[in-house]
Design a protein around this ligand. Structure first.
Ligand SMILES: *[C@@H]1O[C@H](CO)[C@@H](O)[C@H](O)[C@H]1NC(C)=O
Ligand SMILES: *[C@@H]1O[C@H](CO)[C@@H](O)[C@H](O)[C@H]1NC(C)=O
Length: 134
C-alpha cells in the first residue's frame, strides 16, 4: 500500500526578532528505506555556531535528536548515530539526514540555533512558538 512506502517529513520555519532561521524543504517525502536530508540556515552572527535538531512526532513531545557545533563532535545523546547523519562545518548552516526512513520517522523536525556559552534561552522553542507551515 502507498502509505507503507511513502512517508512525510515536515520541517519548519521560525524566526525570532530580526534574526531568521530557516529550514528547507518545508515538506519532505521519503521513500521507505531511503535517506532524507534537510538543511537549516540562519542569518545570525558567526558566534551562533551551535545547532540542535529536534523532532516531534504527532501527539508526542519534542525530543532532542542531536547537538552539533562547528567546534565539537556531534552529541547524539540517546539517539542512534547510525540513524541520523549531521553536517556542521560552518556557523551559518547545517544539515540533518534521516537514514533508512521508516513510517515512524514521520514527524515535524526543528532546528535550533544557539550561541556558544549562551546562558539565556534565545531562540529556544520553549520561548518561541513553534508553528509549522505546510
Ligand atoms: C541541502 O544542502 C545540500 C548541500 O548544499 C544540497 O545538495 C541539497 O539540495 C539541500 N537540500 C535542500 C532540501 O535544500
Ligand atoms: C552553507 O554555507 C556555506 C558557506 O557559506 C555554503 O558554501 C553552503 O552552500 C551552505 N550550504 C547550505 C546547505 O546552505
Amino acid at each position: 500500500m502507498m502509505r507503507n512506502i511513502i512517508l512525510l517529513i515536515l520541517s519548519v520555519h521560525w524566526s525570532q526578532g530580526t534574526s531568521d532561521v530557516s529550514q528547507s524543504p518545508d515538506v519532505l517525502m521519503a521513500v521507505k528505506g531511503s535517506s532524507a536530508q534537510m538543511n537549516c540556515t540562519h542569518k545570525k552572527d558567526i558566534l551562533h555556531n551551535q545547532m540542535y535538531w529536534y523532532r516531534q512526532r504527532q501527539g508526542q513531545t519534542m525530543t532532542l535528536i542531536v547537538f552539533t557545533s562547528t567546534s565539537s563532535k556531534p552529541d547524539y545523546g540517546d539517539s542512534d548515530p547510525n540513524k541520523f547523519e549531521v553536517h556542521k562545518s560552518v556557523p551559518e548552516n547545517g544539515s540533518l539526514t534521516v537514514k533508512n526512513a521508516q513510517p515512524d520517522d514521520s514527524a515535524i523536525y526543528f532546528c535550533l540555533v544557539s550561541k556558544h556559552s549562551e546562558s539565556n534561552t534565545e531562540g529556544r522553542c520553549t520561548k518561541t512558538p513553534c508553528t509549522h507551515i505546510i
